[in-house]
Design a protein around this ligand. Sequence first.
Ligand code: GRF
Length: 203
Amino acid sequence: MIFKIAILISGRGSNMESLLNKSLENKLDIEFIVISDNPNAEGLLIAERMGVRAIVLKESIKGCKLNEENANEIERIIEENNIYLMLLAGFMRIIPNKLIKKYPMKFINIHPSLLPSFKGKEAQKDAFDYGVKVSGCTVHFIDEGIDTGPIIMQRSVDISSASNAEEVKTLILKAEHNLYFEAMRGLLEKNYHIEGRRVIFGG
Ligand code: GRF
């Protein structure tokens, strides 16, 4: 069975690149589609170079929320391509509730902290400023809140050696690249179910 997976990006696309490369290296049967809200996302060039189909959302987007037209377009992409998972990788827009309700446990995100600590856009800077010695990254299902959905996998990262927020970003990003692939692979290859907020693999 070939899984169809969409990766949603807005910018650099290093998590996307790592998912694509690791899936190739591990010979996973996945057909990827890249979706970007930003026609100038650097990640689109990577997708092109790697021969992966990419779609730029048509309607212009104002603010951080996708509008009705964007939501309809994403819904069309999911239906027409029979998409199994939607992986957000540096996608800077909030997925409308309508889509989350219609496709529960299909939208997944990676966040650069150990949730529920340091939610939001400045997670690495907030962790640095707070002075924590250990932070990390979290792959989670998207629910109707921001960075609040059930946690799929987490990886801790020792950031005690970092002397600024940029160094924290670099340390965590390296872990993100491994964790996102492991989490995606786990969802494809293992049985899992959800009890309350808890995502339980096996059994
Ligand atoms: C990553 O740190 C991700 O956790 C956050 O945005 C960044 C995206 O980086 N949501 P990239 O586009 O994957 O390089």
